[in-house]
Design a protein around this ligand. Structure first.
Ligand code: BES
Ligand code: ZN
Length: 624
């Protein structure tokens, strides 16, 4: 990939490249970590506030309107450089309405273009009039038929990592924090929600929002559809389509307890409300931590709360990620590793130590499987993304290896001490964007420099800069998985599905059973499992995903129809990727994958499409 960003930066003047995050409380930082994935030059001219005035048109699938950007201008001679991708820029004016000259630079496939605006000396803000296009990859427009109730169309955005630039012209770097407000008009009968405080509707029906805390651009988010709301507590509630909302409220009824547990661990929840919205199944992720309003897949509605660690996870991002943010996508593990660690602590507090141990054991098993097939550069926490899209570095490593590192620090220095350090970390860096270097300096000052022996045992460099996985993983025995281990042994010894006692199994136990039996299954044995446990018909998507992968592996035809239906209805990348990968392993499977993908592709979010396009070699040529 060509990094035109670098060329642009060179042309427009030196950019400040520093790893330190100095913060002036009133004016924000004066220096910025070098972000390979943004054209912006925030040290010279920076966006501080975004005021959106937008209208959603479900028929033409466009959002149109204006973004009024407030500016800080340390270098008054410098132009304003924004990131844009797939946007039609119609007009740029000063706040007085007079025109400003602008240039949209040559597009880079991953990064889009620099939008360079020549400012007048007195400008402290500018207005960009624009509309989105069919290349606005943050947006997914769903036909009514792709929703639960099948009556109204639906729209949602996905900003992380670098998609916000495809629906809002701004400085799309996690090192640049903004506040925002929005006025959004939607077709009659549809509700708009955003990652912000809701201010109700204007007389003309437009929805109003405001986010008064400085956030990174990837957290600006919007959803629009036929939505209902159910409260859980004073500050928590659920948004979803009418037919989904009551079930979702029940599944997530412990959310308030989770917020309280989180606050007890690492300090106050600083965002006012904590709501969730359950989206249609094409949502490409499990969850997305948009502030005030977590976006979630309906595939976690298992009916028995077995997948609610997703809520713990997205909630934890309210500290690790949203309050203290990775300054660049190289530092992504600071977001996700901390969040998985914190998620585990919330799960332990609300559901007990055994639940947390069970989930941790499975996460480590998954990580090991994944790492065994990965190139070593992907194993490194402080990942090198030069010349790459942030998504190229996405894997279980920043999540699970990142959390394993923090668990190791906890084990060495003691929980109480580490809790105090983490609380201080969140307080001291609240509403700031930070690099790996900043965290390591903090850790050194607070813990490592105080105990050379433990510091040596920890060996930070090995964890942060090296490939591979250290052995100190703190996987403690889980009685619920040990029970499954015994059933796996029984199966292996008897090959009798009837002898397996799966009474009361939760999702994770099924996953563990199927992974443990995987190598000893064949099509006939799968038929016996199916007859006894009805796995092909399970409504639980986590279980279905493992089961369908095994069905492909062992050519179990009994699941063929379900596989096609699953791949068509669900757009969650974590499920689609392993299934298409498994299909790809044989020539017949690849043909099948291509046939299904040809029908399903237009139903997926751009982000999922990008992944599967690459995996299967889209566009398909005849015979190839
Ligand atoms: N922030 C991530 C999702 C994400 C990461 C989107 C990178 C785009 C780029 C979110 O918090 C997340 O990690 N979701 C997980 C769920 C979780 C329980 C591990 C997911 O979607 O699977
Ligand atoms: Zn996360």
């Amino acid at each position: 990939m060509k990094l035109l960003a670098v060329v642009t930066l060179a042309l427009l003047g030196a950019c400040v490249s520093t790893s330190r995050d100095h913060a002036d409380r009133r004016n924000g930082p004066t220096t910025f970590a070098m972000d390979l994935h943004s054209h912006a030059q925030p040290a010279r001219a920076r966006v501080t506030h975004v005021a959106l005035d937008l209208a959603i048109d479900m028929d033409s699938k466009t959002i149109a309107g204006s973004a009024t950007l407030s500016l800080a201008r340390p270098d008054r001679a410098a132009p304003l450089v924004l990131d844009v991708q797939g946007l039609a820029i119609e007009r740029v004016t000063g706040k007085d309405g007079s025109k400003r000259e602008f240039i949209v630079g040559a597009p880079d496939k991953s990064l889009g273009s620099a939008l360079t605006i020549l400012l007048a000396p007195a400008d402290d803000g500018i207005v960009v009039a624009y509309r989105t296009t069919d290349r606005s990859d943050a947006l997914q427009w769903l036909a009514a038929e792709q929703t639960a109730d099948k009556k109204q169309p639906f729209l949602f955005t996905q900003g992380q990592a670098i998609f916000t630039r495809t629906w809002i012209p701004l400085q799309d770097s996690p090192g640049v924090r903004i506040t925002y407000e929005a006025r959004v008009k939607a077709p009659k009968g549809l509700t708009v929600v955003m990652s912000a405080e809701q201010l109700g509707q204007d007389a003309d029906g437009a929805f109003r929002f405001r986010m008064t805390k400085p956030i990174p651009s990837y957290l600006v988010a919007l959803a629009c559809g036929d939505l209902a709301f159910r409260p859980i507590s004073e500050r928590c509630g659920i948004w979803a389509e009418p037919s989904v909302v009551d079930g979702a409220r029940k599944e997530f009824e412990d959310t308030e307890s989770m917020v309280q547990a989180a606050e007890k661990l690492f300090g106050p929840y600083r965002w006012g409300r904590y709501d969730l919205i359950v989206l249609p199944p094409s949502f490409p992720f499990g969850g997305m931590e948009n502030p005030c309003l977590t976006f979630a897949t309906p595939t976690v509605l298992a009916g028995d709360k077995s997948l609610v660690s997703l809520v713990a996870h997205e909630l934890a991002h309210s500290w690790s990620g949203n309050l203290v943010t990775n300054a660049t996508w190289r530092d992504f593990w600071l977001n996700e590793g901390f969040t998985v660690y914190f998620e585990q602590r919330i799960m332990e507090a609300v559901y007990g130590a055994e639940r947390a141990r069970m989930e941790w054991r499975l996460a480590i098993d998954d990580l090991k499987r994944e790492m065994s097939e990965q190139e070593p550069w992907l194993h490194v926490l402080h990942i090198d993304l030069a010349g790459k899209h942030p998504d190229d570095g996405f894997s279980g490593v920043p999540y699970t290896k990142g959390a394993a590192f923090l668990k190791r620090v906890e084990a060495l220095f003691g929980r109480e001490r580490f809790d105090r350090v983490l609380t201080k970390w969140f307080d001291a860096h609240a509403f700031q964007s930070v690099t790996t270097e900043t965290f390591l300096a903090f850790l050194d000052a607070e813990l490592l420099s105080k105990d050379a022996r433990l510091a040596k045992q920890l060996d930070v460099q090995r964890w942060i800069e090296q490939p591979g996985l250290p052995e100190e993983l703190n996987v403690l025995p889980s009685s619920s998985l040990e029970r499954v281990d015994r059933e796996i042994e029984r199966w292996k010894a008897t090959k009798d599905a009837g002898a397996i006692d799966a009474q009361g199994f939760v999702t994770q136990q099924w996953q563990h059973l199927l992974e443990g039996a995987a190598d000893t299954l064949d099509a006939r044995a799968m038929g016996l499992f199916d007859a006894r446990f009805g796995l092909t018909d399970t409504k639980n998507c986590e279980i279905a995903c493992v089961w369908l992968r095994l069905a492909v592996q062992h050519r179990y035809a009994g699941a063929d129809a379900r596989l096609e239906q699953f791949l068509t209805d669900i757009g969650r990348r974590k499920f689609l990727e392993p299934l298409y990968k498994e299909l790809k392993k044989t020539p017949e499977g690849l043909e099948r994958a291509k046939a299904i993908y040809t029908r399903a592709r237009s139903r997926y979010h751009a982000l999922t499409r990008d992944t599967v396009d690459e995996l299967l070699g889209w566009p398909f040529t005849k015979g190839g």
